[in-house]
Design a protein around this ligand. Sequence first.
Ligand code: F6P
Length: 342
Amino acid sequence: MRLGVLTSGGDCPGLNAVIRAVVRKVERDLDGTVIGFRDGYLGLMEDRYEVLTVDRCRGILPRGGTILGTSRHQPYGVDGGVDMVRRTVAKRGLDGLVVIGGNGSLGAGRDLQDDGVPVVGVPKTIDNDLGCTEVTFGFDTAVTTATEAIDRLHTTAESHDRVMLVEVMGRHVGHIATWSGIAGGASMILVPEEPFDLDEVCAALVRRHESGRFASIVVVAEGAVPVEGTFTLPDPGIDEFGHQRLGGIAHLLAPEIAARTGFDTKVVVLGYLQRGGTPTPADRVLATRFGVAAAEAASDGDWGTMVAIRAGRIIRVPLTEAVAEPKVVAPDIHDVGKIFFA
Ligand code: F6P
């Protein structure tokens, strides 16, 4: 078997663990060869690659980022992109591709599959918003990083009797905000799934301070939105890949909270810290299981599927179903967080 592998979209702790597992399984158990394309779909279109071996993958398990590089470019965003992909796949004699990516990248993978290029998907994103899998690798690491930051912010916020707004990633969903907020004992968690009323947020913070429990940590997902008519966020614009620009909501909310409550309000945007660095043991194991399972799916010829985890077991699901709808935070988890709100 000859398999191509690529990492696409935002980087994520555990990408190298997946690559290493695919290579190990294919080289040692399936007597095949793995070719790694540089910079996601861009390298696939441009036929930029390296042959990946078990030796080449030594030492990469605990490393964050991706040894292959990544990008947000996709064949469907480039004139003739799909033909370029077909040419590379034929030229390199590949049976198919393992695409390690999030919603957008696996959506392109599904379209390639429909257009005759065999694809197996591996669900990657710190946001944990992919459907059909209980969790994506990278999420546990991001939550761990965010929780550590919140733990540290408690002591400084308490010392100065401040409101501390901690902004975490999550453009359509609030999984990181909810999990790190609960784990870090947040006074409030604002997520895209449940629009917030800023007056209610401020009233709760005032009640908390008046009751003598000083300092508040408010965890806000970058994609959180106010209830219509209660507070207006400026239009952030669109980036070159058609995604809404995000990151910065905490800076917009802080002066408003300060003005409405009179509390000293500070902001910490965790940003790319959540994506960088070494994966947690849980993410290393999940990524490794996904990599082995993806190689097996390819070897079985089960193209058009994504590997996933459900009730602790690795399964295969149709790519089409996986990318149909983002997975939102289950209301019962968010409700648990609310018990501890301000
Ligand atoms: O990996 C997903 C994500 O972390 C989003 O939460 C965030 O909005 C986005 O990536 C930002 O990534 P970039 O700036 O690299 O496009």
